[in-house]
Design a protein around this ligand. Structure first.
Ligand code: ADP
Length: 263
């Protein structure tokens, strides 16, 4: 804990003395450290797409604009980098809110089976284009967790998105749910590239990527798993990972189980 000590001379007091005030500032310090660290990471991450946009625009201005082919390619690249900036900003805002404990949750019974169905439909085209098979839980399974619908949706989407991204063609991504005594276990398993043991804890840190160039190429912001970890914990759950290089990864999220509706 961090304690701040203030000594104040008592004004107008007949006896000379001081008043000592002890204040717990741990939470203030924690938020200040988070803010400082986030600003340092964020400025670095934002500079890359911004520098690319400026370089493309400058090359166009210096003459490339007159070559229709280069012109179009560069405009596309500017659009791609602008999209990357947009995603980064949305993720940064979310992580700042969740880390500071300021995400406004609406706690209710969330139909996890419906969110999984929606998520698999959303990623069906991407999976198909990569020739990755997507497998969901049995269709008659009804599973409710106690949490915030948008938060649970973000956890699920980030894990499935990663599983597809890091699984080469002809691989498989499987989403499963298991009801436990007081929790529901959500598993997202892939047959992808896997994560070395030394990186397994670090992938949950913000902006940590095992292979920076590869992840950037895949369009990641480096914040997905950090958001998953903070959201899971803020919703009273946890996240874990089992992985073997070259074989694949399984991410497991435990979330509080709703007291009714599960079958
Ligand atoms: P990114 O946006 O880069 O995917 P994440 O925070 O979601 O950021 O993931 C952090 C890093 O963890 C990724 O860059 C990648 O190296 C690794 N990773 C995440 N999910 C998987 C997975 N299913 N298989 C292999 N590596 C993964």
């Amino acid at each position: 804990r961090c304690l701040a000590l203030h000594a104040t001379r008592l004004p107008g007091s007949p006896c000379p003395g001081v008043m000592l005030v002890l204040r717990d500032v741990s939470e203030l310090r924690r938020l200040e450290n988070l803010r400082r660290e986030l600003v340092a990471n964020v400025s670095h991450e934002l500079k890359t797409p911004l520098a690319a946009i400026k370089a493309y625009a400058e090359t166009l201005r210096l003459g490339a604009v007159n070559d229709p082919e280069i012109n179009l390619t560069f405009v596309h690249r500017i659009e791609e980098q602008a999209e990357r900036l947009h995603e980064l900003i949305l993720d940064i805002l979310q992580i700042a809110r969740v880390e500071a404990g300021q995400e406004a949750f609406e706690i209710c019974d969330v139909p996890l089976h419906e969110l999984i169905e929606e998520c698999l439909a959303q990623f069906a085209d991407l999976a198909q284009s990569k020739r990755v098979e997507l497998i969901g839980p049995p269709i008659d399974q009804e599973i409710f967790v106690r949490g915030d619908e948008e938060g649970v949706r973000t956890i699920l989407n980030n894990l499935v998105d990663n599983a597809i991204k890091y699984t080469p063609a002809d691989g498989r991504v499987t989403v499963r749910c298991t009801i436990e005594t007081s929790a529901v276990m959500l598993e997202v398993q892939d047959t992808g590239i896997g994560i070395a043991e030394k990186d397994q804890a670090r992938v949950f840190e913000r902006f940590y990527r095992v292979d920076k160039a590869r992840s950037r190429e895949m369009g990641g912001t480096g914040l997905g798993l950090s958001i998953v970890k903070h959201l899971s914990q803020a919703l009273g759950g946890s996240v874990g990972l089992d992985s073997t290089i070259g074989k694949g990864s399984t991410f497991r999220v435990h979330l509080p189980r709703a007291m009714s509706g599960n079958k």
